[in-house]
Write a protein that binds this ligand. Structure first.
Ligand code: SF4
Length: 68
């Protein structure tokens, strides 16, 4: 299973993702962005692609999750 993540090492806090989709990305715990929803709804996949492409450092992407 893959989960959408922000690589906090790579995020430069530009605000692009959270500015475009404040219901998907936010600055909750620190000054770097994070994904604020557990599961991306099917009809938001295109928005996620836009956010990934709009991130200047390529910090947003899918990460393989271990299923317990
Ligand atoms: S667009 Fe990328 S660099 Fe900018 S805040 Fe979002 S994750 Fe960070």
């Amino acid at each position: 299973m893959e989960k959408l993540k922000v690589n906090k090492e790579a995020c430069i806090s530009c605000g692009s993702c959270a500015g475009m989709y404040p219901d998907l990305f936010g600055f909750v715990h620190d000054e770097t962005a994070e994904v604020i929803v557990d599961d991306i709804p099917e009809d938001r996949k295109e928005d996620v692609i836009n956010a990934i492409e709009g991130c200047p450092t390529g910090a947003i992407g899918y990460e393989e999750q271990k299923v317990a």
